[in-house]
Design a protein around this ligand. Structure first.
Ligand SMILES: *Cc1c(COP(=O)(O)O)cnc(C)c1O
Length: 428
């Protein structure tokens, strides 16, 4: 091991003090790592078995162009996704350019003027606010006569069942449930909690479409939303299920009818899933899915380790290092702008790409304060790769996620900590 420690110290500037502290903390999270490994093994077999069942073959990796009729690889990819997520049908496309776009297509395809959307879990993810029209944007669903209602969570992030019941009316067509905390200080919902919520909603109105925003949640547990009653689950391929290899894409899985409605919106009425060339990226999407359980495992381990390190220093973290996880996001309340900036700059320093640039807070459009982002990723904006971002305002929360490999995640976070120590911001 001495060679390893020498490498950490000479090539990455980790001091003896930081090294000793980190190794000691790593020793204390073995049990959590073992639990993560068990889930990963199960999910790896789930993915493998779906690939075998669908007789995946190298012929499926061929590129199609133009309209993309009879794209065998695309069809097999979608059948594999459907099986992995226990869904009747799947739409998995490079033409779905992001998670937000996939969610937009799922919503717009299944809603009509006069329908109402209900979020029973508080305000949805930032970009979705514009899509729905909670925040005024051109082309929002609101402009098409689709209304929105929201029920906030109770203290301790409990569902407000009474208010949810009252909020469901004849107009309520679709309920959107965000699994991950996104950019809020709340717990992410476990599959068991999502099950309870969906069962409650269906007991009030059977035909409501329950859609889960599954971003950051895939392969963190053994089950996925469709298995507990969701009608649709939607996510991004530059997060968990793309395994770091997908260069673009989104997915929508669920009931045949609802996925088809989404497909008519993505392409055109009458065309649906039958068109859409894959231009040669199907192999990356399929191989990415194959790798996804492992990559999620690396992200989870990186998150647990980070949580443990900062708990030890006395910062508030969410989740705590020994808490069950429902997504790959780790929150740390850094208590000052200097801490946030130093940590994010350290994460950037440890990246495989753009390690020599220094991120600074900037006034990003759509935010009410400066934001700092650390991301040295192979795929632009990919947050299954180790990344951290933070709005520079109290309580100075950093949102950290990803890590293509645990050993990279580990050194990345250690450099983050080292940067804070070097600046005299924290004492170990
Ligand atoms: C990332 C994310 C989205 C949007 O995905 P993009 O690919 O960034 O558009 C939506 N919801 C949640 C919870 C997310 O984490």
């Amino acid at each position: 091991m001495q060679e390893l420690y020498d490498m950490m110290q000479t090539k990455f500037g980790i001091s003896q003090k930081v090294l000793t502290y980190c190794l000691q903390k790593e020793e204390q999270i073995k049990e959590q790592f073992q639990k993560a490994d068990e889930i990963t093994e199960y999910n790896q077999l789930k993915v493998l078995s779906a690939m075998q069942k669908n007789k995946l073959s190298d012929i499926h990796f061929a590129a199609t162009t133009g309209y993309g009729y009879n794209d065998l690889g695309r069809d097999v990819l979608e059948n594999i996704y459907a099986d992995v997520f226990c869904a009747q049908s799947a739409l998995v496309r490079p033409q779905l350019i992001s998670g937000t776009h996939a969610l937009t297509v799922a919503l717009a395809g299944n809603l009509r003027p006069g329908d109402e959307i209900l979020s029973p879990v508080g305000i949805p993810y930032d970009t979705l606010q514009g899509v729905i029209g909670i925040r005024k944007e051109k082309g929002s669903l609101r402009e098409y006569g689709i209304t929105y209602r929201q029920v906030d969570l109770l203290p301790e992030d409990k569902f407000d069942f009474d208010s949810i019941e009252k909020a469901i009316t004849k107009k309520t067509k679709l309920v959107t449930i965000q699994r991950s905390k996104g950019y809020q200080w709340r717990t992410s919902f476990s599959i068991a909690q999502i099950k309870e919520l969906i069962e409650f909603i269906k007991s009030i109105k059977q035909d409501i479409i329950c859609m889960v925003d599954n971003c950051y949640g895939e392969f963190v547990e053994m089950k996925e939303p469709i298995e507990v009653g969701a009608d649709l689950a939607v996510g991004s391929l530059i997060k968990n299920p793309g395994g770091g290899l997908a260069p673009i894409g989104g997915y929508i899985v669920g009931k045949e009818e609802f996925v088809e409605n989404a497909a008519y919106r993505l392409t055109a009425p009458g065309l649906g899933k039958e068109v859409g060339a894959t231009l040669g990226i199907t192999s990356s999407l399929i191989q990415g899915l194959f790798m996804a359980p492992q990559v999620v495992n690396a992200s989870i381990k990186t998150a647990i380790f980070t949580s443990k390190l900062f708990e030890g220093i006395g910062f508030s973290v969410l989740p705590k290092s020994n808490e069950t996880r429902a997504d790959i996001v780790q929150l740390i309340q850094m208590e000052s702008a200097e801490n946030v900036i130093a940590f994010c700059q350290g994460i950037q320093k440890g990246a495989p790409v753009d390690s020599y640039v220094t991120p600074e807070p900037w006034d990003m459009p759509g935010y009410d304060c400066p934001v700092i982002m650390a991301a040295g990723a192979f795929v632009q904006g990919s947050s299954i790769e180790l990344s951290a971002d933070a709005p520079i305002k109290p309580p100075y929360s950093v949102y950290m996620q990803g890590g293509l490999s645990w050993h990279h995640g580990k050194i990345g976070v250690m450099i983050g900590l080292q940067t804070m120590v070097e600046k005299g911001l924290i004492q170990l």
